[in-house]
Design a binder for this molecule. Sequence first.
Ligand code: K7E
Ligand code: CUA
Length: 864
Amino acid sequence: MSYKLNKLSTLFLGSALAATTVFGSGALEKVMKDRGLTENDVIRAAKTYNPTGGRDEFIVFSSGGQSGQVIVYGVPTMRILKYIAVFTPEPWQGYGYDEDSKKILRQGNIRGREIDWGDTHHPGLSEKDGKYDGRWLAINDKANPRVAIIDLEDFETKQIVVNPVFKSEHGGAFFTPNSEYILEACQYAAPFDNNYHPIEEYKETYRGGITLWKFDHEKGRIQEDKSFVLELPPYMQDLSDAGKGVSYGWGFTNSFNTEMYTGGIEVGMPPNEAGMSRNDTDFLHVYNWKKLAELAKDDKNVKVVNGMKIIPMDVAVKNDCLFLIPEPKSPHGVDVSPDGEYITVCGKLDTHASVYKWSKIKKLIADKKYAGKDPYGIPVLDMKSSLHGQVELGLGPLHNQYSNVDGEIYTSLYVDSQIVKWNYKTLKVLDKENVHYNVGHLCGMEGKSADPQGKYIISLNKLAIDRFDPVGPLHPQNHQLIDVSGKTMDLLVDMPLPLGEPHQAVAIRAEKLHPHVRYKMGTNTKTGKPHVGKTLAGQEKIVREGNKVTVYATLVRSHINPERITVNKGDEVTMYLTNLERAQDETHGFTVDHFNIHASLEPGETAELKFKADIEGVFPYYCTEFCSALHLEMMGYLMVKDPNKKYESAQKLKMATMSPEQLKAEYDKTVGVNAATDAVIQSVVKFLKENHYEKYDTVKNLVTDALDQYGKIPEQKAKSDEAVKAGDYEKAILFENMIWQYMVKTADVGIRAKDLLVRKVATKQSAGAAAGERAFDEGGCSGCHVVGKVSSGPDLTGVLQRHENGEKWVADFIKAPEKKFDDPYVKGMIDYFNLKMPNQHMSDEEIKNIIEYFKWIDENANLF
Ligand code: K7E
Ligand code: CUA
């Protein structure tokens, strides 16, 4: 066992690392023993672990179920990266609390009513040639038939459209292969109009359907006026998939309750579940969306209900656009293979998966070989003649995802709690993996596109039961990551998701996403256009017109301008806020206490907040993101006066003030500090220029940010000088302080840029030197020694040259510093720094590497 462990630890950590890690040899065995981990556990952990700063290979967009949001996480680490607010207000992002995002949220009003939640089920990624292009994400709301569009440049919701004729929907949002349309299928049939129709007239007046939302791929918006609905019988349509490759132009949608049963427990009828699953088969709907789209352009072919174009069933039938094929009862997923030839349907109540073959269906349609017609006159194709075959998979097959290996497919088994790998061409079962528990959807890496990537499958389980620490009767959901790169599947790790039931997830290669880090200054992020309230530095103002007060404000580390706003009780206040930052991740938040408003302002963003100042009082406002060392100071006051009230002024407190001489002395001192700080900045700037920082993009971005801060200094200096001229040293000191603030910010970013540049231009570190640096940092040496600078200990640049036989001298000293405390040189150092170098108990290997690191420092001494 111990031999095996050693072999494993070398394998796992790499020989170089194993020898130099801060954890000594044997540490891995100890952790395994203490935590009761097996060798397989450790390998699984290693497969899903990213060292700090590491990135994921795939990004997953999961529906957030009843939260009405989208969850974003990385694979293989299963780390949650974001919740995208879609149908539900989300305070952190200001979604639903600022005016611009409210406009998006309110696009989702239904019949004039505000709806503040959604039941998200199926996220869909935009496609080009059936492959994910990383531009747009669509997601549906089952409860209130709506579809939303999310821009993957900033991961924000840009549009919500309401289906004006459906009263419920489930099978959305599925893109066609070139993102021409988004398919949204109805679920619970209901009348298309908004009137009352008795349930006894279900077959006559209730309808199902498919909405084809026209999508403008360039702009990333649904075009409602160019969209249409294909009317369908009141069978309850379920999931859909668009044909691709050979079946391009066609759509496939499942259904249940083709019995058209309408229940009635209260009147003595058997419940819905009995009547709706009575027949052995339901219908797969097959329709030619391409041709239907052409038909919809002619008013003759459509009727309009609630402003939406509807193609009636008979028009679709007459034009050979709509067919039905029996499928095993109460199916769930319908999934088209990457080449478009095979269509796999799983019936929840049938143990089989049914694989239909497009070429067979196409021929039956071309030959007009129908097995019959349904009650609405829609041609029905023979099931057997359309099938490639059926495979027995197990209990409760639901959904499918494709593998990168031709013919291979993965199916979730809800009842058996398993993932099955099988071949839809040879119809053979290949492998099964147990999951915990009751899997719904499963998510492959680009597993429903024309180009599946293989590697992993995620099992989206409905129940967690005993998998996590109990947190009350409501358990988290559980996403389990499965390695499918080998011959057999291997379950790697569990991820609890505590947000809502995530039905479906889609994964895309991370490198296909290119989100930006900042907006053009003054952007309305919801429209992408310049905001009407865009305010640049120096343009801040408060405008009053009658009882309407408009504030044009800016935010930049670490102040909000203006800092005082006084209004009358009853005033309507509009605040335009612009974040003037350019630096990556320098978001500011904004709220005024008591007014239920909040904005999140990403660099360059302008947002609008509106409220009625209907209560008297003093209300602090502040930045809600911890953005800088002076974040707490980033605040101001809203003062609401009652114009009908007389206010008595308070007796002024007498406080000691500084004498003119004292003020002058403080001013001189402040100016002196600033000059010294500026000298440091200039030396950094000189270094950056000499080493051609502009050649390295990441460094250049930092320098741009630094100079951005530095550029604000002259204006403050002018104000300071003006105050000095006027003899107001008090004010001048404050402006000088402001200059110091900008200098600190400049230096902060500048030094980060310098450190980065050093790494770019320095000679390459040997493995030993790199390990030595790690040991130096993690072993505690860097607590007292700063390379290139005397701090709590001496500068170590050139340390190997300071002594006869320097390498040995330094090595001995690290090994046992106390042995040299009487050495006159060391004695002198101890006196000077008033500190004795502690024994850090470094191993010989670590010491050897630290010496390598010192050599590397000396090679690059000019950089430090
Ligand atoms: Cu199976 Cu809405 Cu796709 Cu739930 S759905 S699992
Ligand atoms: Cu801005 Cu805190």
